[in-house]
Design a protein around this ligand. Structure first.
Ligand SMILES: Nc1ncnc2c1ncn2[C@@H]1O[C@H](COP(=O)(O)OP(=O)(O)O)[C@@H](O)[C@H]1O
Ligand SMILES: [Mg+2]
Length: 397
C-alpha cells in the first residue's frame, strides 16, 4: 500500500505540471518546443496517469455543487421531496467515497474565490462538476468551467463552449438546422417585446423559456391554441423566469431521452422513454415541471421512464445518428442527454441537448447505462476518465 501511495505522490509531482495550478516558469519555454513531440509526450503521460489512477482508484475529487445542495451523510429523516433536491449530489459523493476516492464536496454560490482556495488547499486531481448555475444564473455555468480551465484544472462533464451553445436554445436550434437535424419550428419573443405570430407557424404551439432548464415555466398551459393564450403564456415566461420566450411548434409524439458519453469516441446508450401510464387520450404528454418534480403528481399520472419499446430498428438507428450528430454539432463533451420527440410518422425532433444531465442513481441517464451492464460506479469512473482525458486548449500549448 505504502509503495502505491508513494508512487502516487511521485506521479503527482511529475504530472502536476501543467495540470493542477502550480505550473511554473517553464510554461513559456514549453510553447517554443516542437509541438508534435510535446503533444505525443503529453498524451503518453496522460494515458499512463489515467491507467495508474484507475488502477489505484484513489483520487482527490472535488465535487462542485450549489451551496444549498451539499448533501447530508445519510438519508434518514428526509422526505422524498427533500431528497430529490440534492439526490444527485448525495449519490455522486457517497459512491465516489465508496469507490475509495478522497472526496471533498464544495458548495458555491457567487464567490469564485471559493474555487481558487479549494484548488490551492485540496489540490484536486479532478473536479466533479455538478454546478448548474452561478449567483442564480443558470447560463453562467460555462463561465465557471472556463474559470476551471483558466486555472488549468481538470473537470468532469461538458466543456464551456458546449455548455454555452446547448443552453442557448435558439442558437442551438440554428446550429442543428445548419446540420440538417430537425428541431421544432420556432420564434423568440425577447423580454420587453410584443408577441407577433409569424405566418410560417401553426397552432398548437408550445411556449417555454429560451434558456431555463428543469422544465421551469412549463405546464400543460404551455401548449397554446390561439393568440390570446400565446400572448398570456409569453408574458408569463417573461415575468416568471425573467428570460426570453421560445415559442415552438408543438410536436405530438413519444417523449424520448438518449444518453451519450464520450469526448471524441461516443457511446450511445439505449433510448429511454417517459411513459404517462394513467393519461387519458388527448391529455398532453409532456414533461412539465410538476411531472419532473412533484412526486404526488407523478403517481397520479403514472409517470415512469423505461427503455423505449417497439421502435423499429431503422428508426432506432436514425435516433442514434441524430443524437450523435447533435452532440458533435453543439461541441459537447463528457456526457449528455438528448431530449427528443418521435412523431407517429417516424419523424424525429430534437427538443434540446442537455450537457451534464441529471446523474442521480436510478435516473434516466444512469438507468439506460445500467440497462447495458454499466453499473453506477462504473459510470462515474468513465465520467472521471473522460474528464482526465479531455484535451482542453491549455493542454495543447
Ligand atoms: N416543441 C415541443 N413540442 C412538444 N413538447 C415539447 C416541446 N418543447 C418542449 N416540450 C416538452 O417540454 C419538456 C421540457 O422542454 P425542454 O425544452 O426540454 O426544457 P427543459 O430544458 O426545461 O427540460 C420536454 O421534455 C417536452 O416534454
Ligand atoms: Mg429537457
Amino acid at each position: 500500500m505504502e509503495f502505491i501511495a508513494s508512487l502516487c505522490s511521485l506521479l503527482d509531482a511529475i504530472f502536476r505540471s501543467p495540470g493542477n495550478g502550480d505550473f511554473g516558469t517553464c510554461r513559456c519555454l514549453q510553447r517554443q518546443v516542437p509541438q508534435f513531440a510535446t503533444l505525443k509526450r503529453d498524451r503518453a503521460k496522460r494515458l499512463t496517469k489515467i491507467f495508474l489512477y484507475g488502477f489505484m482508484k484513489k483520487l482527490r475529487v472535488l465535487v462542485l455543487m450549489h451551496e444549498a445542495l451539499i448533501p447530508p451523510d445519510n438519508l434518514l429523516g428526509y422526505s422524498p421531496e427533500e431528497i430529490l433536491e440534492w439526490k444527485t449530489e448525495f449519490d455522486v459523493v457517497t459512491t465516489l467515497r465508496e469507490m475509495g476516492h478522497e472526496v471533498l464536496p464544495l458548495g458555491v454560490y457567487d464567490d469564485l474565490g471559493d474555487l481558487r482556495r479549494a484548488t490551492e488547499d485540496f489540490r484536486p486531481h479532478i473536479w466533479f462538476n455538478l454546478l448548474e448555475e452561478f449567483h442564480g444564473v443558470c447560463v453562467y455555468d460555462h463561465h465557471v468551467v472556463s474559470y476551471l480551465e483558466l486555472m488549468k484544472q481538470q473537470y468532469t462533464g461538458c466543456n464551456p463552449r458546449g455548455l454555452l451553445l446547448a443552453h442557448d436554445k435558439p442558437l442551438a436550434k440554428k446550429i442543428l438546422s445548419f446540420h440538417q437535424i430537425r428541431s421544432p419550428g420556432f420564434f423568440v419573443v425577447p423580454r420587453g417585446k410584443k408577441t407577433k405570430l409569424p405566418q410560417s407557424l401553426d397552432y398548437p404551439l408550445l411556449v417555454k423559456s429560451a434558456s431555463e432548464d428543469a422544465s421551469n415555466g412549463i405546464s400543460d398551459a404551455s401548449i397554446v391554441y390561439d393568440l390570446d393564450h400565446l400572448i398570456d403564456r409569453v408574458n408569463y415566461i417573461h415575468s416568471s423566469t425573467n428570460t426570453d420566450a421560445l415559442v415552438e411548434t408543438f410536436i405530438e409524439g413519444r417523449e424520448l431521452y438518449v444518453g451519450i458519453i464520450g469526448n471524441r469516441q461516443l457511446k450511445v446508450y439505449p433510448t429511454w422513454e417517459m411513459i404517462f401510464e394513467n393519461a387519458k387520450p388527448g391529455d398532453p404528454r409532456i414533461a412539465t415541471s410538476r411531472v419532473k418534480w412533484d412526486v404526488k403528481h407523478q403517481d397520479k399520472l403514472g409517470i415512469k421512464t423505461e427503455r423505449a419499446q417497439g421502435i423499429p430498428r431503422g428508426v432506432e438507428n436514425r435516433i442514434k445518428d441524430v443524437c450523435v450528430r447533435a452532440y458533435k454539432a453543439l461541441s459537447l463533451s463528457g456526457y449528455a442527454r438528448i431530449d427528443l420527440r418521435l412523431r407517429d410518422d417516424g419523424e424525429i425532433f430534437v427538443i434540446e441537448a442537455n450537457p451534464n444531465p441529471n446523474l442521480s442513481f436510478g435516473e434516466d441517464f444512469a438507468e439506460s447505462a445500467e440497462s447495458i451492464g454499466i453499473s453506477y460506479d462504473q459510470l462515474l469512473k468513465k465520467i472521471i476518465s473522460l474528464g482526465l482525458g479531455y484535451q482542453a486548449e491549455w493542454r495543447l500549448v
